[in-house]
Design a protein around this ligand. Sequence first.
Ligand code: GLU
Length: 296
Amino acid sequence: MSGRFAPSPTSNLHLGNLRTALVAALMAQASDVGFLVRIEDLDVTRVAAAGDIATRQVEDLAALGLRWDGPVVRQSARLELYRAAIDSLPTYECFCTRREIAEAASAPHADGYRPYPGTCRNLSASERAARRDVRPPALRVDAQGACVTVHDQWAGAVSGLVDDFVVRRNDGVYAYNLAVVVDDLAQGVTQVVRGEDLLTSSPRQAWLARRLGGREPLYGHVGLVVNAAGHRLAKRDGAVTLEDLAARGISASDVLSLLGASLGLNHPGEPVTLLELNRRFDPAVKPPTWVWSRDA
Ligand code: GLU
């Protein structure tokens, strides 16, 4: 039984990512389960473009004082697992472009996600063959319109309709929604603490976990860190990574205190250790949205 933090190595961790990692570690400790770090580096083109950010991400987690069990796992070394999982799922080929989906789908959800309307579900073999000549297919699960309810530590019961989501993209890359579930099951992850933006993906992922013969973890979706305008923190907001902050004289232990204060665990500026934060953390209290302004 474990919790985990699973960053994508697309850019250095910012305060939002670091805060989520901290809460995931505190939550694992409070529940007396292990804690794992996994690098979600399946999207090799984006990852290559970003250089070896994964190494830096792991160093930053360590600089904050976080410790984890066993080696850091990289999804790029686990492709065989994803292939085997797909073989056991009901799937179909989908030839739709983004634009076709946008035109055919109902309005996007609040998070921008467009449920797939099932356009390619019932293509005949000859129709599929004709379309394969034009573009390579993505693979979608056939979820049969399932509705799944998951339990979130802070949001309570969260229900969602499961659309026929993509498990392998048409460039052959395994989709996040597939790999995250396969890995959480394979690694014995029983607790998933992550940003609130992924709450609406949870019913989809729980459906897949059950379909693969497992159980979904207990979820805990943490309030996001936002900038002064109320938008989700991003690198362009400046002064958001450990490197940026160090350049302004704010050390990793200052950042730990800053994050602890954002969670109500210590006073602003009070020096704290991870051990002390572990003692003060209350899993019943939802980590709220936190407004970070570079001039704070
Ligand atoms: N790799 C995902 C991200 O960095 C997080 C996945 C998850 O925690 O389920 O946004």
